[in-house]
Ligand binder design. Structure first.
Ligand code: ADP
Length: 495
């Protein structure tokens, strides 16, 4: 029932308000009583003195009971709540105006009497009530006689029994009903206002909670739009929570997709690797088993042929494993490139030098064209070398005897473009969009033993990592040209 924040706040608020209401009634009662007592005592401050001035209450050491009775009757007519006592100088009660048996104290404490008679008393001063020893009441007191040697005191209790009961009735009927009425009305009004305000305040929290639940229900993969009203009231705590949730959910979704993608890649890789390794491995195993079975019957030439085939298959296997490893390394998200400026033409010369023998072997003419001037690019020299090697290797491999392969560097604005052209068979239109995909090999080259279908994928990844672009122009029968561009490196000029 009290699960929502709103309900909890409402209950706490209600309890606090009830407590505050109770405290208010209590405090109001106390201050009101003090105020009435002060008023009553101040108004009747000189009552006792006025009586003492007019009458002799003690004459020749004897109590003048008649004077006392007369004064009491007079006062009763004006104020029936008053009670009169005549005390001796020690506070002992000598005579009083009440019916016999009602007075329970014999002595009245003189401490409050002296406080009352001080120069500037602080009202209300409460003194003993002889009829109710457990109560303290307001009084008026005067020494008897008013001037001259002290013979006693005239002690008048202002809020006598009758007054007390009337005040009680009044309080019960009027004061309490009024304050209770006011408190209840105030309570209802403030509670209603409070509930309304809390509902408004918790509204944005509810919006946020709904958005979070939606995000959870969407499997943490679907973005949730947060309404603008969540941020309207400035960057308060709820606004900040919304902002953080927004960033957090964005990040979770991004990582979720990344993990899914990586998982997909990993699955593809495992299935491709097992497929690619299976063919050369089973061929290798076949040849080795044949050799083992027919060992004695095999002619040396046949054995040599088998061994050479097995060796070719291991070469293919090792090439495949190397390329798969390289591609996996390049695919890693945290790959670090060793970027440095280097001379592209010099690198090209080195690579071409390494391929001269292979070109001769294939009976293909290998030419190089490099421009003068700034041939510097910035990048990972090892990876760029690998990319050029792949293109050259393909060009020489796929170009038939007597053909030509040309590598060239062509400046293009702020870039340097590396071109590898051959006079080979070209690439069919249907294969062109796919040749940079991993494991893709044109149909006409599927039987080629040396191919893995990974070379161009590696080259493209290297060029992508360097912020360059790779493309191919090819027409079946006339050859192919591969281009990739790299941003030219310009040294900083220091004056
Ligand atoms: P492979 O190891 O099969 O050469 P690549 O990724 O290097 O793998 O190349 C993918 C495919 O693109 C090749 O199988 C081939 O069909 C085609 N190809 C690449 N370079 C050339 C080229 N210079 N001439 C014709 N076809 C090419």
């Amino acid at each position: 029932m009290f699960k929502t924040l709103y309900a909890r706040i409402a209950v706490v608020f209600l309890l606090l308000f009830l407590l505050a209401g109770l405290l208010f009634v209590l405090l109001a009662g106390i201050t009101n009583r003090l105020y009435l007592q002060q008023l009553d005592q101040q108004v009747n401050r000189h009552l006792a003195r006025d009586l003492v001035i007019r009458k002799f209450f003690i004459r020749d050491g004897q109590v003048n009971t008649a004077a006392l009775q007369e004064s009491f009757e007079q006062l009763m007519k004006i104020n029936p709540s008053i009670e009169l006592y005549l005390l001796d100088p020690a506070g002992r009660i000598l005579a009083y105006s009440a019916p016999p048996g009602r007075v329970k104290l014999e002595t009245v404490s003189l401490v409050p009497v002296r406080r009352f008679l001080a120069v500037n008393p602080e009202f209300p001063v409460l003194g003993d009530d002889p009829r109710h020893p457990e109560l303290q009441k307001t009084f008026s007191v005067s020494p008897v006689p008013a001037k001259g040697p002290l013979e006693g005191y005239l002690y008048i209790i202002l809020g006598g029994e009758q007054y007390q009961s009337v005040a009680d009735i009044l309080r019960r009927n009027y004061y309490f009903r009024l304050s209770a009425g006011v408190a209840v009305a105030g309570l209802v009004a403030v509670v209603l206002a409070g509930l309304f305000v809390f509902r408004l305040l918790t509204r944005r929290l509810r919006i946020l909670a709904t958005a979070m639940n939606e995000f959870k229900d969407g499997g943490f993969a679907t973005p949730v739009e947060l309404p603008d009203s969540l941020f309207h009231e400035g960057r308060d705590e709820i606004g900040q929570l919304g902002e953080i949730f927004h960033q957090m959910s964005g990040r979770i979704i991004h990582q979720f997709h990344q993990i899914r993608q990586e998982d997909q890649l990993r699955r593809e890789l495992v299935s491709n690797v097992s497929h690619d390794l299976r063919t050369p491995l089973s061929s290798l195993q076949g040849y080795l088993e044949t050799m083992k079975l027919k060992d004695s019957e095999m002619a040396p030439a046949e054995r040599r042929e088998h061994l050479e085939t097995a060796l070719r298959q291991t070469g293919r296997l090792s090439r495949l494993v190397n390329e798969l490893f390289e591609l996996a390394r390049l695919d890693a998200h945290d790959i670090q490139l060793n970027r440095e400026p280097f001379h592209l033409a010099e690198l090209l010369q080195d690579v071409v030098g390494k391929f001269r023998l292979a070109a001769q072997h294939h009976e293909v003419e290998l030419k190089m064209e490099t421009p003068g001037g700034n041939c510097f690019v910035e990048g990972d020299i090892g990876l760029i070398e690998r990319a050029i090697q792949n293109l050259l290797d393909n060009a020489i491999r796929y170009t038939p005897k007597g053909g030509t392969v040309v590598v060239a560097i062509v400046p293009d604005g702020n870039d340097l473009v590396l071109k590898v052209s051959d006079s080979g068979p070209g690439i069919d239109e249907g294969d062109l969009p796919h040749i940079f995909d991993r494991h893709y090999r044109a149909r006409r080259h599927l039987e080629e033993e040396n191919g893995t279908g990974l070379g161009l994928a590696i080259t493209k990844r290297v060029v992508d990592l360097h912020g360059g672009r790779i493309r191919v122009v090819s027409q079946p029968g006339t050859g192919s040209t591969f281009f990739f561009s790299l941003p030219q490196w310009v040294p900083l000029k220091i004056d």
